[in-house]
Design a protein around this ligand. Sequence first.
Ligand code: GLU
Length: 446
Amino acid sequence: MTSPIVRFAPSPTGRLHVGNVRTALINWLFAHHQGGKFILRIDDTDLERSTKEYEDGIRTDLSWLGLTWDDSFHQSHRFKEYEAAADKLREMGLLYPCYETADELERKRKIALSRGRPPVYDRAALKLTDDERAKLEADGVKPHWRFRLSGERVEWNDLVRGPQSIDTSSLSDPILIREDGSFLYTMPSVVDDIDAGITHVVRGEDHVTNSGAQIEIFRALGGVAPEMAHTPLLIGADGQGLSKRLGSLSMGELRAQGYEPMAICSLLAKIGTSDNVEARGSLSGLAAEFDFAKIGRAPARFDEAELKHLNATILHGLPFDAVKARLAAVDPRAADEGFWTVVRENCSLLPDVKDWVDTVFGDIAPMVADEDKGFVAEAAALFPAGDVTGETWSAWANAVKDKTGRKGRALFMTLRKALTGQEHGPDMGALLPLIGRERALARLGG
Ligand code: GLU
């Protein structure tokens, strides 16, 4: 196979969410696995809804994830090419003007449905005489333009879904150009894919029907349709679609919460595939394992709890230098290798370190039950003299045990709660030197 050229084609009308990042990632992994190219195409034909801020956000998010692109272009810079393609289709009799209003179309749709027929456009516009058309034009009615489908079956061997067959007689001729002359996405995408030499169109399965029409447009414009791969959509952990939570699952939001890019990429690369969902340290590691054949037909389940779990694994394995600056941004006291090494196992997300900075250095509320007050005071009196080191905790606990007779949980948990105000946390032997004598004694009420 020659090196593939793929594209990721977001519309800059919102931030990237986990669904479209997965599409970007699959394209990227495939291209990199095969030594190919990944192109970022900005689908901004909708000039009103597209913004520079969203485009910048898309680039920022992709860069943060490590999904670099080899080339990038805007659809809005290519209207001339789209006009030329439209002219070509008109000359071939494959693009025809239609004059129905939205209301008329809706009425036709309802009538078809009430008669038990599929709501397919009836091609009434093709039956207009030249005089009728001229009259409509003279009345100032602006046409929209439809592509004339062949009415035959379009078939392709989808790299994810296997053999596909779409009966174009069951589809309405797609509108390619609106009344105001603006292009819908369908044709520009094909023109771009031909001009950029795209070898594989990899996108979500919500585009399968589009592919039926687009393959015919590819053929009409003289290109060979690329290979196609349509991936199942994402669903939430509860089996529902992600749509309601899309806002909070935007890359911007996940990044703000402190997720590691490789946790997101590891999860999105593996869910819905025959591979186990496991943390991977690099995109090249994921690319080496990529294969369309591993992607299943069932929706891929996106579970934030799983994401958090992967995040913890990746975070704990990062060298200190890779996290130092971010720790410093949370709190300068967190940017200390000794401190981080002690508390990181208790951080699923890097910003969790704030809790441990507060626990170690802050004004915590010791948790001491009334019946433990005497015991804690006794323990305070036994706190070993000298520097607080890695040995202090066990030496102290032994002394407290010998003196009071308490042992096990009644001993260790009571002291942990008094010293940290919490029931869980890092190993006390390692934590105690960070808390230090003064704070420890203050918390013990000594
Ligand atoms: N802009 C389209 C979308 O976001 C691109 C679809 C495609 O990849 O062809 O749905």
